[in-house]
Design a binder for this molecule. Sequence first.
Ligand code: PMP
Length: 305
Amino acid sequence: MADRDGKIWMDGQMVDWRDAKIHVLTHSLHYGCGAFEGVRAYKTEQGTAIFRLQEHTDRLFNSAKILRMKLPFTKEEVNEAQRAVVRANKLESCYLRPLTWIGSEKLGVSPKGNKIHMIVAAWAWGAYLGEEGMARGIRVKTSSFTRHHVNITMTQAKASSNYTNSILANMEATDDGYDEALLLDSAGFVSEGSGENVFIIKDGVVYTPDLSAGALNGITRNTVLHICKDLGLELVQKRITRDEVYIADEAFFSGTAAEITPIRELDRVQIGGGSRGPLTEKIQTAFFDIVNGRNPKYAHWLTKV
Ligand code: PMP
C-alpha cells in the first residue's frame, strides 16, 4: 500500500503518500499502544459524504483518553482533516483511516514525554467480506481465541494492540476455510467478530451482545439499533450463547468495513435457511439507504466533503 500516488494528512500537513513515513524506533510500533478509526465516505446524490463523522471522531478521542494519549489536535481539526483527505485524493466513495500513535523520542515502556502523532489516509475499498458474502452470507468459525476481557487492554478503546487478538482469530478462521471468526468472551458468551459486531434474529426479535461481553461499541451497531426501531423490530441486548447462534433464524455482522454482512453458517452449522435472511435483507437495505443519502431522517449523519 505504501508505493502509490495520493495524499495523506500527517500531523497537520498534506504529504505525498510515499513520504508518509515513521522511524523504526517508534514507541507504538514496539508496544502497540495507539488508536485508530475506520470510517467510510459514500457517494450520495448530494455529493460525497462521510458517514457519522462526528461519532467516529468522538470515539477516537475516547480511545485516546482511555489510553492516556493527549491528541495534539481538536475534534474540529480531525473532522476537517478527514474531509480534506477525501477531496485531495479525489475519492467518490472510500474508507478512511485516522490513526494516532506515540513517537520515537524514547523507548522505555512508559511513553511519558513522547510526542503523539496522527495521520488520516483514505482509499477506495469495496465490500470487506466480498460482494458474494453481502448477498449470500458468509461462513464463520467460533474462534479458539478468547475476546479481550474488559479489564485487559480496554475494550471500548479502538486500540491498535487489541487487533493482535483480531488478527489471530481471523487468520485461524480463514486458514480453516472460513470467511471470518466469531470470538467468545472470557466467560464463553458471544462477543463479536474480528472486526464486526454480531446480531442474531430469532422469532422476529433481533439480539446483540451487550457491551459487557467485551465488544467494541460499534457505530454501525448503533445504526442498526436505529434501523430496528424504525422497522418496528424489537431489539434486545443480552448475553448470547454460541448455540443460540446455531439455532437462530438469521445472523449478521455489522461494521464500517463489513457494513451489514449476513452470516449463513457457524462452525459448519447452517443458520436458518442458509442464506441472507429476510429481516437481515430489510436491515441491509435500510442501512444502504441511509449511508447513500436516500433517507432524509438521517441526513444529519452525512457530512459532505
Ligand atoms: N468490533 C471490532 C473489533 C471492530 O474492529 C469494528 C470495526 N471498527 C467493529 C466492532 C464495528 O465497529 P463500527 O461499526 O464502528 O465500525
